[in-house]
Write a protein of this length. Structure first.
Length: 222
């Protein structure tokens, strides 16, 4: 994914001769592929309140349609909202019991992120690199246990919502005065607790999901 972002940026720069010209009052919409790659740090899984030695959880990648909207509020400054179609991640567990290790279930989430952005170059530059810092709210829903987990007497699955920071690096590269290519990377702080039950025994695990989010898309300026 990182190589794809770099390739898209180089190709666009090579063929472009227009200026992006991000001026105060402009509204910029971007659409493209957003890939969420969790950088997981899991605590030990707790069964009935007792930590199981060597156990941990993992969260797998997903790719969806990404959308961003940026309002240029002043020279070099913008405010961006990141949205996407819902991401669905497979949740795995390891080290609990050979009979149940593997896929515990799946969960869907939406990660709206609001960021302040700084654009480094002159507003007339056709290459517009920027950085951003902001806040993320991740809403988990539609959690489902796997058939294997259900067969092994697990019941229910719930993930707590998360509120945390977000950092961003990106660039716009002009195709015309209105149209451009965009590539961006976010590092987002997402912490959650997954809860289920083994029979009547509560099972919990704290997980720092903390994903890298990679985006490549097309932008249009209004």
């Amino acid at each position: 994914m990182k190589k794809q972002i770099l390739a898209a940026a180089i190709a666009a720069f090579a063929v472009s001769g227009a200026a992006v010209a991000h001026e105060p009052g402009d509204v910029i919409l971007r659409v493209g592929a957003a890939h969420v790659a969790p950088d997981v740090d899991s605590g030990r899984i707790k069964v009935g309140g007792a930590k199981v030695s060597g156990s941990k959880a993992d969260v797998k990648d997903d790719t969806q349609l990404g959308l961003t909207a940026t309002w240029i509020v002043a020279p070099h400054l913008g405010v961006e909202l990141l949205a996407a179609t819902p991401f669905t991640h497979t949740i795995k567990v390891k080290g609990v019991n050979p009979a149940i290790d593997g896929t515990l279930g799946k969960a869907t989430h939406l990660p709206p992120t609001l960021s302040a952005q700084y654009f480094f170059l002159d507003t007339k530059s056709r290459f517009q690199p920027y950085v951003g810092v902001g806040l993320n709210y991740t809403w988990f829903f539609n959690e489902k246990l796997s058939s294997k987990a259900k067969a092994n007497n697990f019941h229910g699955l719930e993930l707590e919502n998360s509120f945390g920071w977000a950092l961003q690096v990106g660039a716009d590269i002009a195709i015309s005065d209105k149209l451009f290519l965009n590539a961006a990377v976010w590092k987002i702080d997402i912490d959650t607790q997954a809860k289920t039950r083994l029979g009547n025994t509560p099972v919990k695990v704290d997980v720092e999901v903390d994903p890298w989010v990679y985006f490549v898309g097309i932008g249009y300026k209004f």
